[in-house]
Write a protein that binds this ligand. Structure first.
Ligand SMILES: Cc1ncc(COP(=O)(O)O)c(C=O)c1O
Length: 320
């Protein structure tokens, strides 16, 4: 059995015992806010920013989780502390927060202990996610525009990070039909580029960095990190409306997200971006990011990829 521990609605429990009820509003409506933070050198990166976004999502969804942001931060650090000894010291972690309003009132009689919000904080070693991702740092990714559009701020505002994600899954399915391994870059209702199912997008043209304005997108913590790094590197940034046309004229395109930081796009809609490799602006940002976090996370991902088969075998023996 896994030796990991989860904070689950007031208690620390073994990972295998953390269960969201079938009567939870999360299951009924996708009514759950979440966050994904990662560690570098086993220290959470920008945890407070992730928690501020989580509390922003909760406010929009009118969910009262029963914990102040300071309490949530303390419990997060405690959950991580409890899990660190289950892996070697060179393992970094994903930290996931999931918060729903809990089981629905109509099913109250199934919960003699009472009902309240569901709050889960779990930690998972980065080896599976980043080991599986490592080769993309070399190959880059292929971006396509799916038929599925993103939601607009006047529908369910994408600034809230919620588990209501069917539109992203539809986009993934459509992208897969457009080419194995393709990543969908969704348009918004006005036909402008918005974001992917778990990442923000940047274009580079003549040394200037362009990214969709903060309207129909999640305001990524990594997007903000790119802004900060670009400032240090004196690379101008513009938040603006961008379409297919601008993407096709771009010298570089890349995606940003918490788990992998940033990855370049080799193609957009089947056409090569630059020479298909990582461009100079992307490379400068990547190096600056590594310096910021004190980890060569690309080398780390390759190391995890090499160790992944042994790690998976060891985990299945624990589960036997
Ligand atoms: C829809 C969407 N956009 C963008 C991002 C990137 O956000 P961050 O950089 O905070 O990971 C995510 C992350 O999961 C996401 O789900």
């Amino acid at each position: 059995m896994s030796r990991r521990t989860v904070y689950f609605s007031g208690k620390f429990v073994p990972e295998t015992e953390a269960r969201v009820s079938i009567f939870d509003s999360a299951l009924m409506f996708g009514d759950m806010a979440f966050e994904m933070t990662r560690t570098y050198n086993r220290k959470p990166f920008k945890l407070r920013e992730h928690l501020e976004r989580l509390y922003g999502s909760l406010k929009l969804m009118e969910i009262h989780c029963g914990l102040s942001i300071d309490e949530m931060e303390r419990l997060t650090l405690e959950t991580l502390e409890r899990n660190l000894p289950t892996e070697s010291e060179d393992m970094d972690w994903q930290i996931m927060h999931d918060v729903s309003r809990g089981p629905m009132e109509i099913y109250r009689t199934s919960f003699p202990e009472g009902i309240g919000p569901t709050v889960s904080i779990n930690c998972w070693p980065q080896i599976t996610h980043m080991g599986g991702f490592a080769s993309k740092y070399v190959s880059g990714v292929s971006l396509v525009i799916p038929a599925q559009q993103t939601l607009s701020a006047h529908q369910v505002d994408p600034k809230a990070k919620t588990r209501s994600r069917l539109h992203y899954q539809m986009a993934n399915l459509q992208a897969a039909r457009m080419g194995a391994g393709s990543w969908p870059l969704l348009l918004d209702v006005d036909g402008f580029l918005s974001e992917g199912p778990g990442w923000n997008v940047f274009l580079v043209r003549d040394g200037v960095l362009y990214t969709p304005e903060p309207r129909n997108i999640l305001l990524g913590v990594s997007r903000r990190t790119i802004f900060d790094l670009a400032k240090q590197l004196k690379i101008p940034v513009q938040e603006t409306n961008l379409g297919r046309y601008e993407a096709l004229q771009a010298d570089e395109i890349f995606c940003s997200a918490t788990s992998y930081g940033l990855v370049h796009a080799a193609t957009f809609e089947g056409q090569k971006i630059g020479d298909g490799g990582a461009g100079p602006v992307f490379r400068r940002l990547l190096e600056e990011w590594k310096t910021l976090v004190g980890v060569d996370f690309v080398a780390q991902a390759h190391d995890y990829a090499a160790r992944l088969p042994a790690w998976l075998a060891q985990q299945s023996s624990l589960n036997r």
